[in-house]
Each structure stands twice: as C-alpha cells, then as structure tokens.
Design a protein around this ligand. Structure first.
Ligand code: NAD
Ligand code: UDP
Ligand code: UDP
Length: 338
C-alpha cells in the first residue's frame, strides 16, 4: 500500500503531458537539490509553472538566492539551506538530484557526489520517491569513441586532477543503479553535456561564461592550448526539457542530454566575437591537465525513447545569456529576472 502522501502520485506521474481535456492534474511534491544553481533554478521555474510544489535544498556553495527569489512569495515554493552530505528527512514524490560542485574551481574537496547522492537515494528509498541523477559527459573522460554513445564505458584517469568530479559522478551512477536493483528505487540517469545560459556562474572558469564575461569587460578571450579541442554546447532550456521528459518517462537511462553541434574553442570564440564584440582579441594560455580533446553526444537514445532533441543552437542561444551577464557584471541589480 502506498503511503498517504503518495496517493495522488501514480495518477499524476503517468498523466504528465497527456492529461485528458477537462481533468486537472494534481501537483507533485518535488525536491530539487542544487535548485539555487544555474540548471536547478531554470528547472524550478518550469516545475512551479507546471503547478507542482517545489522544495529547493541548497547550501549556496555555488548557487545563489537571487536565482530563485522570484518564487519567495509562492506558497508552492520552499527553500532549505542544507548540505546534502548530511541526512535529510522530507516526504516527496520526486527528487531531482543536482547538488554538486560543478566546475573544476569548486569540485576538488567535496564528497557531495558520493555521500550526498547516497543520502538522497536513502531518502528516495524511504519515501518511495522517483530519483533523477544529473550525471555528466565527464564519465566518458578523454573519450576513445566519437561521438559518445551511452554504451561507451569511458576513458577516465582515476588519480588525475579532474578525478574527484569524473569518478565522483561515476560512483554516483553506480550507487543509483545499486539502489535501483537492490532496493527497487525508481531511478533515472542523465549524462549532461556542456550547458550554458542565463544565471550561469560568472567566475567558475567554464569556457562559455569566461568568453562572454571577457568580451563584455573588453578583456581578451582566453583560449587554452591551441583551441582546437571541441565541445558541444547545449542551451539550458533544452536541457531542462530533457530532464523533465526523462523523469516523467518510463526509462532508467543513462541518457545523453546534449546538443550534437560540435565547436572548437576557436570557433566558439568567433561566435562570441560575432555576438558581443567583433574587436575582442584572443589570448592563448597553457591548457589544463587531462583536458578532453573532443566531446560530442550521440543522442539517438534520447530521440527514440524520450522524443527529445535540442531546439536552440549556439548562435541562437548565446545572445540569450548576454543581457543577464551584462546586468550581473555591470551591477544593474535585476537578478533572477531572466
Ligand atoms: P551549479 O554550480 O550552478 O549548481 C549546483 C548547485 O548545487 C549549486 O546551487 C550549489 O550551491 C549546490 N550544491 C553544491 N554542493 C552542495 C551540497 N553539498 N549540498 C547542497 N547543495 C549543494 O551547477 P549547474 O551547472 O547548475 O549543475 C547542476 C548539475 O548538473 C550538477 O550535478 C552538475 O554536475 C550537472 N552538470 C552540469 C553541466 C553543465 O554544463 N552545467 C554539465 C554536466 C553535468
Ligand atoms: N537518508 C536520508 N534521508 C532519509 C533516509 C535516509 O538522508 O529519509 C540517508 C541515511 O542517513 C543514510 C543514507 O541516506 O546515510 C542511506 O540510507 P539507507 O537507508 O539506504 O542506508 P542505511 O541507513 O540503511 O545504511
Ligand atoms: N577553455 C578555454 N578557455 C577558458 C576556459 C576553458 O579555452 O577560458 C577550454 C578548456 O580547456 C576546455 C574547454 O574550454 O577544453 C571546455 O572547458 P569547460 O571547463 O567549460 O568544460 P569541460 O572541460 O568541463 O567540458
């Protein structure tokens, strides 16, 4: 028998997107860990707009209250300052687990990926919630297969400077599958490729945020190495759509969620020049250790099973983050209003 708080759940989960006319779908109770961060806050916007109740759990390590404060007056929104490395008791239907120090500058010292994921799986098991892990394309390491399919096991250095993140997420995937197989927890795994958009952390060293901020500040764009390494850049609204389809769908995954459009860092610099400042100069810097040479998702599985594919290409998406960055850099305080 389902616990009382879940009675509305079965009907709701299976009816998202196909609610018969005239029948109002009941809201779910959803936890978003890391919900004050870049991706999390956009996800929260969509869930609130859909009519669900959302509890954001965040320790503000890289996230910001400004990203979610436009919901503060909404009774369907709650914000808890909490480190997911510590246990947490809540009664919910779904858990989107995004909490994670997400960039090289921040992730080195933190057990969030392992202990935090374990706690959220323990929570999911106790209350019978569906659990979605936001894993990463980094599980493929410096890939020997191109583009990367979900069946590829990856090429990761276990003792390198990036290992805490790569191996942390690989462990998080393992824990997720163990709770699925061993305890029957309903799980979903997304492997997210580089994502950009408004509310992205300004100073965490990611290439898109660096280039956009540099161009706006009239500083040179810092290209690491020869700039011929590639990445595939996804606009945040496409990712959020993919995460929601994955959560509501029937398939565990893992699913690659990314935009297959592949760019070298020099090509990206060119798009930033065209978008913001044609006179922006390029400055070469030594590359970081273990930098993957190329990365591009094969998204056939997500297309076939989730009916999902990205809609916003880089030239359309990049301009959409510029005004948010301009406001945050030059201090016109209207944060969160994107
Ligand atoms: P982000 O840094 O903006 O968001 C992460 C959030 O988690 C922040 O709000 C941070 O304060 C919070 N957090 C970190 N440690 C925590 C802890 N111990 N307890 C509670 N909260 C904690 O990063 P993002 O880009 O929004 O990433 C969200 C998720 O997506 C992460 O799991 C990340 O690994 C994954 N991901 C993102 C990308 C990308 O390109 N943005 C790519 C691959 C995977
Ligand atoms: N946990 C939590 N909230 C819950 C249930 C569990 O934070 O509602 C944590 C719990 O403290 C433990 C982890 O999740 O550290 C794993 O829980 P599980 O019950 O699977 O393992 P056990 O406690 O039996 O080792
Ligand atoms: N990079 C760059 N200039 C910067 C920041 C990063 O050329 O100012 C390069 C970096 O070396 C890497 C690519 O951009 O090859 C993507 O880096 P990012 O940290 O954004 O993402 P990830 O390596 O995690 O895919």
């Amino acid at each position: 028998k389902l616990p009382a708080y879940q009675h509305h759940r079965v009907a709701a989960v299976h009816s998202v997107g196909k609610v018969p006319l005239g029948i109002k779908r009941k809201g779910l109770r959803i936890v978003v860990t890391g919900g004050a961060g870049f991706v999390g806050s956009h996800l929260v916007d969509r869930l609130i707009a859909r009519g669900d109740s959302v509890i954001v759990v965040d320790n503000f390590f890289t996230g910001r209250k400004e990203n979610v404060m436009h919901h503060f007056r909404n009774p369907r929104f709650e914000l808890i300052r909490h480190d997911v490395v510590e246990p947490l008791l809540l009664e919910v239907d779904q858990i989107y687990h995004l909490a994670c120090p997400a960039s090289p500058v921040h992730y080195k010292f933190n057990p969030t990926n392992v202990v935090g994921t374990l706690n959220m799986l323990g929570l999911a098991k106790r209350v019978g919630a569906r659990f979605l892990l936001t894993s990463t394309s980094e599980v493929y390491g410096d890939p020997l297969q191109h583009p990367q399919k979900e069946t590829y096991w990856g090429n990761v250095n276990p003792i390198g400077v990036r290992s805490c993140y790569d191996e942390g997420k690989r462990t998080a995937e393992t824990l997720t599958m163990d709770y699925h197989r061993g305890a029957g927890v309903e799980v979903r795994i997304a492997r997210i490729f580089n994502t950009y958009g408004p509310r992205m952390c300004l100073d965490d060293g990611r290439v898109v945020s660096n280039f956009v901020a540099q161009a706006l500040r009239k500083e040179p764009l810092t290209v690491y190495g020869d700039g011929k390494q590639t990445r595939s850049f996804q606009y945040v609204s496409d990712l959020v759509e993919g995460l929601m389809r994955l959560m509501e769908g029937e398939h565990v995954g893992p699913f690659n969620l990314g935009n297959p459009g592949e760019f070298t860092m020099l090509e990206l610099a060119k798009v930033v020049q065209e978008t913001i400042d044609p006179d922006a100069r390029i400055e070469y810097r030594p590359n970081t250790e273990d930098d993957p040479h190329k990365r591009k998702p094969d998204i056939t599985r997500a297309k076939d099973l989730l009916g999902w594919e990205p809609k916003v290409d880089l030239r359309k998406g990049l301009p959409l983050m510029v005004s948010d960055f301009r406001q945050r850099i030059f201090g016109d305080h209207k944060e969160g209003a994107t």
